[in-house]
Ligand binder design. Structure first.
Ligand SMILES: [Zn+2]
Ligand SMILES: [Zn+2]
Length: 289
């Protein structure tokens, strides 16, 4: 069946859940549940486009069947914070497995300096380096759509998560279906997303008070700004989304059930590691699995 599919490989914010030595309700429930752990944020689009390569990426991909690794042929890095790109070295072996001899990596132009300084030895900047390096550098410009196989189009939009570099949220469209993925989100003009069906938004904080308390601006590191979930829900309703899913879940101290009841909104769901969103071609169904 033709469908647009997003699979969550990891759904935590910059630190995993459970936290070391913490016995809050959230960490306790995470330890007890068979699949309760949350690892650093990453998704696979249609089994072939890997979005973000944080410190857990090797282990996350190891949970998939080996054959699934061979289907990955493009990588997108949303922004160069450690939880989104520091696992890149672990993926050098994909070159042996993938159908492509060199895997393109797309990242916002102003984020490439950081990625480059950490992983220069892995990334070809010109064709003459393709035999020595597993990845090729590709710039991604905000508002310019990238076209992939079978009519899949991904348009990066700046989520204003830091003032130091651009963070790409991804408008993902195929088969008449649409989803916007922004694990690290402060704001974008809601007009840019008119008619989007599913929003996947930032779950770092529940309330504005909590976000203000934990936010310490750092001019060099570009410490992130995160729209709290309660405001994300309001924004999502302005956009007119039919389903709002939170990922990049922070250490909010509540079990998932408690968090859902605080959010108290029938269109809202929490993502978990391994979960998939399937949007079958040309219909209205939104399947969470
Ligand atoms: Zn992040
Ligand atoms: Zn970030």
């Amino acid at each position: 069946m033709q469908q647009l599919t997003i699979r969550f490989l990891g759904t935590s914010a910059s630190r995993p859940i459970p936290r070391w030595g913490c016995d809050c309700p959230q960490c306790t429930a995470s330890k007890m549940a068979p699949h309760g752990e949350r690892t650093r944020p990453s998704i696979l689009i249609n089994s072939s486009i890997l979005v973000d390569t944080g410190p857990d990426i090797y282990r996350q991909l190891n949970r998939l069947p080996y054959e699934a690794l061979g289907l990955i042929d493009h990588i997108i890095i949303s922004h160069p914070h450690a939880d989104h790109y520091m696992g890149l070295d672990d993926l050098a072996g994909l070159r042996r497995i993938s159908r492509l001899p060199v895997l393109p990596i797309y990242a916002p132009s102003d984020g490439w300096d950081r990625i480059w300084s950490a992983f220069r030895y892995l990334i070809a900047s010109e064709a003459s380096e393709y035999d020595r390096r597993p990845f090729a550098r590709r710039a991604m410009r905000m508002g310019e759509p990238l076209a992939f196989d079978d009519g899949l189009v991904i348009t990066p939009l700046d989520t204003h998560h830091t003032q130091v570099f651009t963070t790409a949220g991804l408008l993902i469209e195929q088969y008449g279906r649409s989803l916007f993925y922004a694990s690290d989100f402060h704001y974008i003009d809601s007009g840019a997303l008119a008619d989007v069906e599913v929003l996947v938004l930032d779950g770092s904080f529940l309330t504005q008070k909590e976000a203000d308390r934990r936010y310490t601006p750092h001019p060099e590191e570009g410490q992130g700004r995160h729209l709290p979930m309660l405001r994300g829900l309001q924004w999502g309703h302005q956009v007119g989304a039919r389903r709002i899913v939170f990922t990049h879940l922070g250490h909010v101290g509540l079990t998932d059930q408690e968090l859902i009841s605080r959010l108290a909104d029938p269109v809202c769901t929490l993502a978990h590691d391994g979960m998939a969103i399937n949007l079958p071609a040309n219909c209205e169904e939104i399947c969470l699995a």
